[in-house]
Write a protein that binds this ligand. Structure first.
Ligand SMILES: [Mn+2]
Length: 348
């Protein structure tokens, strides 16, 4: 069981994380280096030693960002891929076993409201498709969680223009080129790549999104046969589409040994393409967390898992989705489910 940490700027301290029962490691990254650049070895080692000082392992990186030129397939991509491979080698040397990444054009995960007030006074991240459709990122003023604030409105318009030539098939080609180019470094370094599904799993602002469903996950894995070409199975991201049967997907892909990392969280579907993020337990959302963990148990899953986004509860202020309290409750709830599954299976 791991827990995401955002480095020195994270209001949730490593000490607090070390106090959560059952959490043995952090998921983190070097945050002060631009996409496409090589991470200084000292920065990687610093996270290692800070985590170790609190008895926490640092074996999962989330994320090593993929430069937009790689997604666009521009000639400059080769230099950025070379830097990516160097990062894989450096991270492998530092003890990292798994790198989470995504291949979403321009925008990372997207919500329409980062602090929707619930009846009990807690706040949640929610997504309302109509509201997102009404946003125009090229006009500026957009401030969203996955949002790179460094883009000017002009810079963003130019980037979106470049993407006009990139349809889903072209994006697949560019993803295939990237995966095939980095796999030798992964083999050499002993690092598993774990692509995060697109969140939400449908096109946004006219940009294609391709890591969205079973058919596409099959295609992704077929791009390179190495087990190191694997998945971060994010239950809440894929689960936003009711067509995605999460326990079935886990049984299939964890059974193939291709799931290296699981983001476990619950969401409640409240309309077509609309959802609320909820507390982790099954009763609050549309996902059956018991069936999800049972699928992992039955397939002998031995990868990493972490609670994903949490609500803000008990007056906590912090990074939307990444407060301490609700994620800690989520971790311990998942551990409780796991203990029950393990013990009930040992009895038979
Ligand atoms: Mn996730």
């Amino acid at each position: 069981m791991t827990f995401r940490h955002y480095g020195d700027s994270d209001p949730v301290s490593l000490e607090y994380i070390s106090q959560i029962p059952g959490v043995t490691g952090i998921v983190s990254a070097v945050y002060d280096v631009s996409p496409g650049c090589v991470w200084p070895t000292e920065s990687i080692e610093r996270i290692q030693s800070q985590a170790a000082a609190h008895g926490l392992a640092f074996e999962v990186v989330e994320s090593v960002p993929v430069h937009e030129d790689i997604k666009l397939g521009k000639p400059s991509r080769d230099q950025y891929i070379a830097a990516y491979c160097e990062n894989i080698r450096r991270l492998g040397k530092a003890g990292i076993k798994c790198i989470c990444y995504n291949f979403m054009p321009v925008f990372d995960w997207l919500r329409s409201d980062l602090a929707h007030k619930n009846k009990d006074g807690s706040t949640s991240l929610i997504y309302r498709h109509e509201q997102v459709l009404a946003m125009d990122p090229a006009k500026g003023g957009l401030s969203l969680p996955g949002w790179d604030e460094s883009y000017s409105a002009e810079g963003l318009s130019a980037l979106l223009e470049e993407y006009a030539a990139i349809d889903a098939e072209k994006l697949w080609e560019n993803l295939a080129y990237f995966i095939r180019a980095i796999m030798p470094a992964c083999e050499e370094a002993g690092v598993n790549m774990a692509i995060h599904p697109d969140d939400p799993p449908w096109d946004i602002f006219g940009l294609p999104r391709i890591v969205t469903n079973e058919k596409n996950l099959d295609r992704l894995l077929s791009l390179h046969p190495s087990r190191r070409n694997g998945l971060t199975l994010c239950t809440g991201s894929l689960g936003a589409s009711p067509a995605n049967d999460i326990p079935a997907l886990l049984r299939k892909y964890a059974g193939m040994g291709r799931v290296h990392f699981v983001h476990a969280r619950n969401i409640r579907l409240v309309g077509e393409n609309d959802f609320d993020e909820t507390a982790h337990p099954s009763q609050y959302g549309s996902l059956d967390m018991y069936e999800i963990l049972k699928a992992l148990y039955d397939t002998g899953f031995d990868g990493y898992i972490r609670p994903d986004h949490g609500r803000m509860i008990w007056g906590e202020k912090g990074r939307p989705g990444y407060g301490l309290y609700d994620r800690a409750l989520g971790a311990v709830y998942l551990e409780g489910l796991w203990e029950a599954i393990v013990k009930s299976n040992n009895m038979h």
